[in-house]
Design a protein around this ligand. Structure first.
Ligand SMILES: [Zn+2]
Length: 133
């Protein structure tokens, strides 16, 4: 089944982790730009989150529901899903049909967890609003 070597997985994992850090920094920045009381309280909460806990950050951001960060959050979610699949060694296989996701697709979108046909099916079902992955 795995068409990716351990080395390949490490490379993709590093890219995903770098992307995750960048997204968290971006989200932090977006909260930073706001100075009302609510945002200040959010910042305190944000700083108390464990940056090494894969779930905590995206769960928290989803709960907060800040409009500007929704797009980043969605990508963060995808990145975290992909990282979990690296951890359980299912990365590189389509989440839905279990076919190998073409390497070129992973190179272009390391967070892709579905093959193109399955991703298109999902996007068609959700009204055509996709992440572009
Ligand atoms: Zn598929």
């Amino acid at each position: 089944m795995p068409h990716l070597s351990r080395t390949d997985l490490d490379v993709f994992a590093r890219r995903l982790q770098a992307r995750r850090r960048a997204l968290i920094a971006e989200i932090r920045q977006e909260i930073e730009d706001d100075d009302d009381e609510h945002s200040v309280a959010l910042r305190d909460q944000f700083d108390s989150l464990d940056p090494h806990d894969d779930r905590a950050v995206s769960d928290w951001v989803r709960d907060v529901g800040i409009a500007q960060v929704v797009r980043d959050t969605r990508e963060l979610d995808e990145v975290e899903t992909a990282l979990r699949r690296v951890a359980d060694q299912s990365y590189g296989a389509c989440m839905d049909c279990d076919e190998a996701i073409p390497r070129a697709r992973l190179e272009a979108s390391p967070a892709a967890v579905r093959c193109v046909p399955c991703q298109q099916r999902i996007e068609a079902r959700s009204g055509g609003v996709g992440s572009g992955l």
